[in-house]
Design a protein around this ligand. Structure first.
Ligand code: OOB
Length: 555
């Protein structure tokens, strides 16, 4: 019996089936990683964009070393640790070290600010945080110190990457240089139950504040090994990742973890720009590029693209937001490489197109489940009946790497999961006659900004804290590259005024939310349109801003 408060385990009969069918191997992530560190010891595992390189053996030693330091400094089994580092090798070393020390990393994203990090820390009672000294212009140590100073803050330890580590915080560089393994035996590290949560991912687009997604060792190992198969990775694979490494796509779909099971090499980059991608693809003879559609569009439209040699590129792995079929066609024609689409979710479900699928399926669909154990339904969200084949409905999923509940939100879980354990994705899809699915839209109230998910309600609650604002509603507006951006419609208090700059500086400085969540357009109305049940009519607002943008583009 798993003893972890707030976690919804898989029901016994499903767990038994998943073991029997070989989906669950009863090994921890650390065990699987170590098998690879030994097996591929001389291969290069990781190269940073500044040229730092690690062999499997070296990398494995650093993970063990940092795990021992965490343990000796007091990190205990099941302790939650907020992990927030940019795309540098240490983000992966620290992630695996926390897991190896028995801790549970909360996979925060680099742009998150005090509002988000403070919330995760409190909500999950995190005892430790791993941060850079500075990220862009933000002083992350000041952020951690503020969170620690809050009343009843659970946060006790901060581990900092960078040169200017403040008093009382631990320097990651110093720990990585100190060979503690000569003094302490790695056998002292705990051996978690593979049915225990190994890490907490963040939900993309549920209502309100982000939910935490507990992924168990068994489910995650199945997730990334299956993924590595799906993308046919091997020892010659050279995979470029410039999306945030903490994100499920970059970490395990197939991501770093999947790649490591096959002995390949990852190039980790902090720069998502097309120019950086082009030069890294050329320099490192990249075979697999992991990119959200917005990055592909920017690269296709990059003027000097033809000056780079992209002949090594075998395939682009893309997901996170909808890939336009017209863009999909350009990939083959202009970049001369293959394409695999994934509809993925932090909650676990993964649909992939396969390399040997017919062209029509690769270009027009988002694939079918990767795991033989994944079940899905397409339902009418109101009646919860299955839709006739080919009709649009909500996608529900259940399987050996799909969670049964978010962390510690029992009320919300009653709505987000069906009685028989299907995760209600909030995505609207239809079934293609081939058995693949096509994403048609969503019913969840979020904005998908180039793959970055923004909960409308979360941002609205911050905006409503502004004294000039009476009411507000955030909706998506179309964008040619990012797909969607946030537009906020506001009504003002009597005689008050506001513009976008004033609002965003309030959100940045007073509310301290991540910049990517800030509205990129503000529209002032006398009143917000309402539906006949009295809710804000977001469809009318979305149509209105889309029409307005189309009009502005023409004039
Ligand atoms: C990935 O995960 P999340 O948790 O950030 O976002 C999940 C949501 C999905 O529910 C869907 O609304 C959207 O992102 N999405 C797509 C998509 N892939 C994800 N919408 C249309 N087409 C696609 N191909 O985004 C994620 C996780 C693992 C691998 C890849 C992406």
């Amino acid at each position: 019996m798993i003893n972890f408060k707030g976690f919804t385990p898989y029901p016994e009969e499903f767990a038994r089936q998943y073991r029997k069918q070989g989906f669950w191997k009863d090994k921890t992530i650390s065990q699987i990683m170590e098998e690879s560190f030994n097996r591929f010891s001389g291969n290069t595992i990781l190269i940073s964009d500044s040229g730092r390189r690690y062999s499997y053996e070296e990398f494995g030693k650093l993970v063990t070393r940092l795990a021992l330091h965490f343990h000796i400094l007091g990190l205990k089994e099941k302790d939650r640790v907020v992990l927030q580092l940019p795309n540098v090798p240490e983000v992966l070393i620290a992630c695996l070290a926390i897991i190896k020390a028995g801790g549970i990393p909360i996979m925060a994203l680099p742009p998150h600010q005090e509002a988000e990090i403070g919330y995760f820390t409190q909500f999950a009672a995190a005892r430790a945080i791993v941060i850079p000294d500075l990220f862009k212009k933000t002083d992350k140590q000041a952020m951690a110190a503020n969170i620690m100073a809050q009343k009843n803050s659970p946060l006790e330890m901060a581990f900092v990457l960078g040169d200017n580590v403040q008093n009382g915080f631990h320097s990651i560089d110093a720990l990585l240089k100190d060979p503690i393994e000569k003094r302490e035996n790695p056998d002292i590290l705990p051996q978690p139950d593979p049915d225990m949560p190994a890490l907490l991912q963040l939900s993309g687009g549920t209502t309100g504040v982000p939910k935490l997604i507990p992924r168990t060792h068994n489910d995650y190992v199945h997730n990334f090994t299956c993924n590595a198969d799906m993308c046919e990775l091997n020892q010659n694979t050279r995979m470029l990742i410039a999306i945030p490494q903490e994100h499920n796509f970059a970490l395990a779909c197939p991501g770093f973890m999947g790649l490591v099971t096959q002995g390949g090499c990852q190039i980790i980059s902090q720069n998502p720009s097309p120019k950086a991608a082009l030069s890294l693809i050329q320099e490192h003879k990249i075979t697999h590029w992991v990119a959200v559609p917005a990055m592909i569009i920017s690269l296709l439209n990059y003027q000097d693209r033809n000056q780079f040699d992209l002949s090594s590129l075998e395939v682009i792995l893309t997901g996170g937001s909808k890939l336009n079929p017209e863009v999909a066609v350009r990939i083959g024609k202009e970049l001369h490489c293959d394409l695999q689409q994934v509809l993925g979710m932090g909650e676990g479900p993964l649909f992939w197109t396969r390399k040997n699928d017919p062209q029509e399926i690769k270009l027009d669909t988002q694939g079918r489940p990767q795991s033989k154990g994944e079940e899905f339904r397409i339902v009418d969200p109101i009646t919860e009946e299955d839709m006739p084949d080919g009709d649009v409905g909500e996608l529900w999923c259940r399987g050996p790497h799909t969670i049964r509940g978010y962390y510690n939100v029992p009320e919300h879980n009653l709505k987000a999961f069906s009685d028989d354990g299907f995760y209600k994705s909030g995505d609207l899809v239809r079934l293609h006659p081939s058995g693949n699915i096509i994403v048609e839209g969503r019913i969840k109230d979020c904005i998908n900004r180039g793959g970055e998910k923004i909960s409308a309600e979360e941002v609205e609650n911050h905006i409503l804290a502004h004294i000039n604002i009476d009411n507000c509603s955030c909706v998506s507006m179309p964008d040619p590259v990012l797909g969607e951006k946030t537009c906020v419609f506001v009504t003002l208090k009597n005689g008050a005024s506001i513009n976008l700059n004033e609002l965003n500086s309030f959100l940045e400085n007073e509310r301290r939310i991540a910049i990517f969540k800030m509205p990129e357009r503000l529209e002032i109305l006398d009143e917000l349109p309402l539906t006949n049940v009295g809710k804000v009519d977001k469809k009318t607002l979305r149509d209105r801003i889309a029409r307005q943008l189309a009009f502005e583009a023409e004039n």
